[in-house]
Design a protein around this ligand. Structure first.
Ligand code: SF4
Length: 313
């Protein structure tokens, strides 16, 4: 990407933050003037934590961990959020882009294989400013945009050339569930468009070097209890909007959390047979690059099989 194009993309990204249309909620809050939209943040970077993280899929955690940076708040408000201690709060360490760039460089110095931004959607412009600074100061490891799938197509287009690995969730194939569980409209349409654009930029598989991901797309789907039709439609949608060659992580670790604990559907963990039905459906559709888990395998060993990184048992 030419520098002038890259700078123009960054300027356009920053314009999209105020009035804010950074995500499909399109709150149009004048964040630069101090107003706050649904996610409750201004224009500053707010970080909850940063650390080597060994719980991502093996090609991302590798032996030395993903360099995970947890950003405070979220543009979604899933009633079952598995990360609600971070996603619900708007407080944390307020960093300048220069300071965030230093955090990225420190994670690289600690041996992390990548910068794993969780969840970046509502803070994307200043994160990209920080990434540019870190690149100029010697950051060479890939940047992972680890997001919830409810993304603006225009924003994803503007990230072309900056993101090496996209790791979006694909939560819903049923917009009524998306409205009920996450309070969003048209999740399906927005997520499908974003996934197609992500695959266009970085390809639909994960490119590995010595067992560690350096580029590509990995889509995650968390199987929800009693919502198998939703999972089946998600898989149909991924096949239609990307391909069956995409790296796909079917996650079994759902645990009732936050308001979901008392929900009639969501108040329990998934059963082994539910998970198996979703995996079988994916296999029947022809998905070949699957990350699967045993139900109840809550913790993944960093000591994965480097010769067979897709064997995630
Ligand atoms: S990023 Fe936040 S303020 Fe902007 S549109 Fe989304 S929820 Fe609203």
């Amino acid at each position: 990407m030419e520098n002038t194009d890259a700078n123009q993309d960054l300027e356009q990204l920053e314009r999209l933050m105020s009035p804010c249309v950074l995500c499909p909620r399109e709150c149009r809050a004048e964040r630069r003037g101090g107003a706050k939209g649904f996610c409750g943040l201004g224009t500053e970077i707010v970080v909850s934590d940063a650390m080597p993280h060994y719980g991502e899929e093996p090609p991302l955690s590798g032996r030395h961990g993903a360099g995970t940076i947890f950003f405070s708040s979220c543009n979604l408000r899933c009633i079952f959020c598995q990360n609600h201690q971070i996603s619900r709060k708007t407080t944390g360490s307020i960093l300048t882009p220069e300071e965030l760039a230093e955090v990225m460089l420190r994670l690289q110095e600690r041996g992390c294989h990548n910068i794993d931004a969780v969840t970046p959607t509502h803070q994307t412009p200043p994160i990209m400013v920080a990434l540019d600074i870190a690149r100029r100061r010697g950051l060479t490891i890939p940047y992972i945009h680890n997001c919830g799938g409810y993304e603006s197509l225009e924003v994803i287009r503007l990230l072309a050339g900056r993101v090496e690995i996209y790791m979006p969730d694909m939560k819903y194939g049923d917009d009524d569930l998306a409205q009920e569980f996450s309070g969003v409209k048209e999740y399906r349409r927005h997520a499908r468009a974003a996934l197609t654009e992500m695959a266009r930029q970085v390809g639909d598989g994960l490119e590995l070097r010595e067992g560690v991901a350096v580029r590509g797309l990995l889509i995650r789907h968390l199987v929800l209890p009693g919502c198998l039709e939703n999972s089946f439609t998600v898989l149909d949608d991924i096949r239609a909007s990307v391909s069956t060659g995409v790296s796909l992580s079917i996650m079994s670790q759902y645990t009732p959390a936050a308001q979901a604990c008392r929900h009639p559907l969501l108040g329990r963990r998934i059963r082994r047979d539910e998970y198996r039905r979703v995996v079988d459906y994916a296999l029947a559709l022809g998905f070949s690059q699957l990350f699967v888990q045993e139900v109840d395998d809550r913790h993944l060993s960093p000591d994965f099989d480097r010769d067979d990184p897709f064997n995630w048992e």
